[in-house]
Design a binder for this molecule. Structure first.
Ligand code: GLN
Length: 503
């Protein structure tokens, strides 16, 4: 069955069938990724004997590197491998990383993690780009598709984030797993699900027609470009050769600072260079994409408090007035839960509005994303008014805030993936998607800095003081989000001009 692009894109109904295949591959990949991510800090503290601060810095560095390498993955997909081969190569590297960790996580920790970092770089941006390829430009169903795909991401995140660390800590299946092997099994689970992801992708490929084929393939959209076999092999060898370097960089957290200072400006320069090679109309679209990318750094910088300062806030200042749930559990998984709840209705809402020609355009959706984010942080601020004299306040109110923040995420994150595929030229699809995720690396980085600044509650201060200090910080973040949202809405006419026919 060799489908043409038109046959794929002329699908009836709300979603193309291929999106379900990509949904499942991405779901298992996110299971592996978030499973690994959920284990990092706990493993470093309980098994490698790191102090809390070192483990947190190390965690931040890993996150920054993971998302920074998406640029590399996107770049080589565009230039040499195509999306499918990149994804497959990334998946293999992630499997290798998980296997290394499952065999001997104590001695080969950073070695295994480095495989995961570069593997995610090759996998993550390129599967997202392929989702965009399922749609014709101007199809009003695109955002709904990405919103559905985003549910797959979060289903994987929720399951992986829960099971891997629970197995590692011996909380589940402990009757079947020898207690000195729990971490090995947890890491091998990450490997197994990644194998499932790739097997699923092998079957998916048949239905993708020409999508994601290597440049130069006669059926690809760039048949004229000839890629030599040695170039492809050089990418594979180069990836492996760079692993010791990643290992060194990720194991010394201060290197992250240097890395972040250098990588962003370099990629920007590279993009400027690429911009000289396109038509003025294409250049304007790329500039518009850059506006979205820059704003997304601000968004993630504020949003990503969830992994840092908000987890401390949850542990110290929240009660259990919501079904007696654990506040940290709610903080860690509430967002994913709400996304699963919202993805389909919100997607259908976009389609419904699209049919009536009243769907807000992307820049307004981004603006709304910031307004919801801001409102959510104001609600967290307001938890101080429900606190007792010990500084303990309501988990239920906090959960309402989480719901509002997640609404904001849904207006920005899947829509951002979607708009990257619409604004990029054909030859820069991978690079632009890589840049979108690179912005997340900076977001994580900024989030760490903001979180550290907020944690300045003086030593010896009471729990109530901590509540006041933190909520004051969240009020500030709320204000910044609202300002960013309003700014986006004000500049929307200009950005829309740059976007031209893209909505
Ligand atoms: N949570 C989403 C994912 O894992 C978005 C990540 C991001 O862009 N920061 O894909």
């Amino acid at each position: 069955m060799n489908l043409t692009l038109d046959e794929i894109r002329d699908f009836k109904g709300k979603y193309p069938t291929q999106i379900w295949n990509l949904f499942f591959s991405e779901m298992w990949e996110r299971f592996c990724f978030y499973g690994m991510r959920g284990m990092l800090v706990v493993f470093m503290i309980s098994q490698l004997g790191f102090g809390e601060e070192k483990a947190n810095l190390q965690y931040g560095a890993t996150q920054a590197f993971v998302y920074a390498f998406t640029f590399v993955g996107g770049l080589f997909a565009d230039k040499i491998l195509g999306f499918r081969k990149s994804l497959f190569w990334g998946g293999l590297l992630m499997i290798a990383g998980s296997i290394i960790l499952s065999l001997n996580p104590h001695d080969y920790f950073f070695f295994g993690i480095s495989f995961t970092i570069i593997g995610t770089g090759f996998f993550k941006p390129n599967i997202s780009t392929m989702v965009g390829k399922l749609y014709r430009s101007g199809d009003t169903r695109t955002d709904a598709g990405f919103t559905l795909f985003y549910a797959g991401i979060n289903l994987g995140a929720l399951l992986g984030g829960y099971f891997c660390v629970a197995i590692g800590q011996g909380d589940v299946f402990s009757d079947y797993i020898p207690h000195d092997k729990t971490w090995n099994i947890a890491f091998s689970l990450a490997a197994v699900v990644m194998v499932i992801s790739l097997i699923n992708f092998v079957f998916t490929q048949k239905k993708l027609g020409p999508i994601g084929l290597q440049p130069g393939h006669p059926l690809s959209d760039q048949p004229e470009r000839k890629i030599k076999k040695w170039q492809e092999i050089a990418v594979y060898i180069g990836t492996l050769a760079i692993i010791p370097l990643i290992m060194t960089m990720v194991s010394v957290p201060q290197y992250t600072n240097y890395f972040m200072y250098i990588v962003g400006p370099l990629t920007l320069l590279y993009l400027l260079y690429e911009m000289t090679k396109v038509t003025p109309a294409e250049r304007n679209k790329l500039i518009a994409a850059l506006v979205f990318i820059i704003f997304s750094i601000i968004f993630w910088g504020i949003y990503e408090q969830s992994g840092g300062s908000l987890s401390i806030f949850a542990a110290k200042n929240l009660n259990r007035d919501l079904f007696n749930l654990n506040p940290n559990g709610v903080n860690n998984s509430g967002g994913a839960f709400f996304i699963l709840l919202l993805a389909v209705p919100l997607g259908l809402l976009w389609i419904w509005l699209g049919k009536r020609k009243i769907e807000p355009n992307t820049i307004i959706k981004f603006g709304l994303g910031f307004l919801f984010l801001g409102l959510g942080y104001y609600v967290i601020f307001a938890t101080r008014y429900f606190a007792n004299s010990l500084g303990i306040t309501s988990l239920s109110i906090f959960t309402i805030a989480l719901f509002i923040i997640t609404l904001g995420e849904m207006c920005l994150s899947p829509i951002g993936l979607s708009i990257m595929t619409k604004l990029s030229t054909n030859k820069l699809q991978g690079v632009m998607m890589g840049m979108w995720f690179l912005a997340s690396a900076y977001g994580q980085y900024v989030a760490g800095i903001i979180g550290a600044q907020m944690a300045t509650a003086k030593e010896g201060s009471s729990n109530y003081d901590a509540l006041i200090t933190y909520t004051e910080g969240y009020k500030q973040l709320g204000l910044y989000s609202v300002i960013a949202g309003v700014l986006l809405i004000i500049i929307s006419p200009y950005v829309r001009k740059l976007m031209q026919d893209v909505k």
